[in-house]
Design a protein around this ligand. Structure first.
Ligand code: HEM
Length: 235
C-alpha cells in the first residue's frame, strides 16, 4: 500500500505525489487504537450489565453455550457463528445502549431535501441513534425494555443496511472495523458468561442494578459495573 501511495496520481505531474511519513502513520495508528478501545469496552460493559440484570437471559445464554461448547473448555472464535442467542442479546444491548449516541459528526457535501427538510451544503449533521434505538414507532411499546427475543425471525442486522439500528454508523464513513469489533465483543461476553457464575456485591438484587449512563462522544455506564465471579467449568 505504501509503495502504491508513493506514486503520483497523474504520472505526468510530480506535484501530485502522496507522501506518507512518520506523522501520518502515527496518526493512523492512534486513530485505530482510540476507535477500538473505548467503543469495545463500552459495548461489553453494557451488554454484560443487561445480562446480569436479566437472570433469565443469562440462563438462556449459558444453556446455548453448554450445547455448543460443552463444559470442558472455553469458547473459541470458531464457536461464535453458532451462538445465535448471543447475537440477539448483543443486538438488543447495542440498540438500547448506543456506544456513540450521536455517531461522529458528519458534514453534508451538497444541498439536499429529505422529507421536506432542507439541509444546506456543509451543514454539520448529528445522527441521534440513541433516540432511533428507543423509538416506540419502530420498536413497539416495549422499546425501553431489554428483550432480545424481539430479533427472533427478524431480518434487522447491524451492518448499516437497516437504518433503525446503526450502532456502527452506515455508508463510507461507518466503522471500518465493525467485524473485528463484533468478534471481540462476542468472544469476551461468551467467555464471561460461560466460564463464570456472577454475583452482585453486598447481596444486591439484579433488578436493583443501576443503568444510568454518562453522555459524551461515547455513552458508558455512569458507574462501573462490579460483580464477583465464581468459576463454573469442569476442571
Ligand atoms: C463494538 C465495537 C465498535 C463500535 C460499536 C464502533 C462504532 C463506531 C461508530 C458509531 C463510528 C462512527 C460512524 C459514523 O459516524 O458514521 C465508528 C468509527 C470508527 N471506528 Fe469503530 N466501533 C467499534 C470498534 C472499532 C474497532 C475495533 C476499530 C479499530 C480497530 C474501530 C475503528 C474506527 C475508526 C478508525 C472509525 C472512524 C472512521 C471514519 O471516520 O471514517 N472501531 N465506530
Amino acid at each position: 500500500m505504501l509503495s502504491h501511495l508513493d506514486q503520483p496520481m497523474n504520472p505526468n505531474d510530480e506535484s501530485q505525489l502522496y507522501i506518507i511519513d512518520r506523522t501520518n502513520i502515527k496518526a493512523i495508528i492512534l486513530d485505530m487504537i482510540t476507535g477500538a478501545l473505548d467503543t469495545s469496552t463500552v459495548a461489553i460493559e453494557w451488554a454484560f450489565s443487561e445480562i446480569l440484570k436479566h437472570p433469565q437471559v443469562k440462563t438462556h445464554l449459558q444453556k446455548e453455550l453448554e450445547g455448543v461448547v460443552g463444559m470442558a473448555r472455553m469458547v473459541e472464535e470458531a464457536d461464535l457463528p453458532k451462538l445465535t442467542y448471543l447475537d440477539m442479546v448483543l443486538k438488543e444491548s447495542l440498540r438500547l445502549h448506543q456506544v456513540a449516541p450521536l455517531l461522529i459528526p458528519h458534514e453534508s457535501l451538497e444541498d439536499i431535501t429529505i422529507n421536506e427538510y432542507h439541509i444546506t451544503k456543509k451543514s454539520r449533521i448529528l445522527i441521534n441513534t440513541w433516540a432511533i434505538g428507543r423509538d416506540s414507532n419502530v420498536w413497539s411499546d416495549n422499546a425501553n425494555e431489554f428483550f432480545p427475543e424481539r430479533f427472533v425471525n427478524s431480518n434487522i442486522d447491524i451492518r448499516g443496511h437497516n437504518f433503525q439500528l446503526i450502532p456502527f454508523g452506515s455508508g463510507c464513513r461507518g466503522c471500518p472495523r465493525m467485524k473485528m469489533g463484533l468478534t471481540n465483543v462476542r468472544l469476551v461476553l461468551a467467555q464471561l458468561v460461560h466460564c463464570f457464575e456472577w454475583e452482585l456485591p453486598d447481596g444486591m438484587l439484579p433488578s436493583d442494578l443501576s443503568m444510568s449512563e454518562k453522555f459524551g462522544l461515547t455513552a458508558p455506564r455512569a458507574k462501573h459495573l462490579l460483580a464477583m465471579p465464581v468459576y463454573r467449568l469442569q476442571d
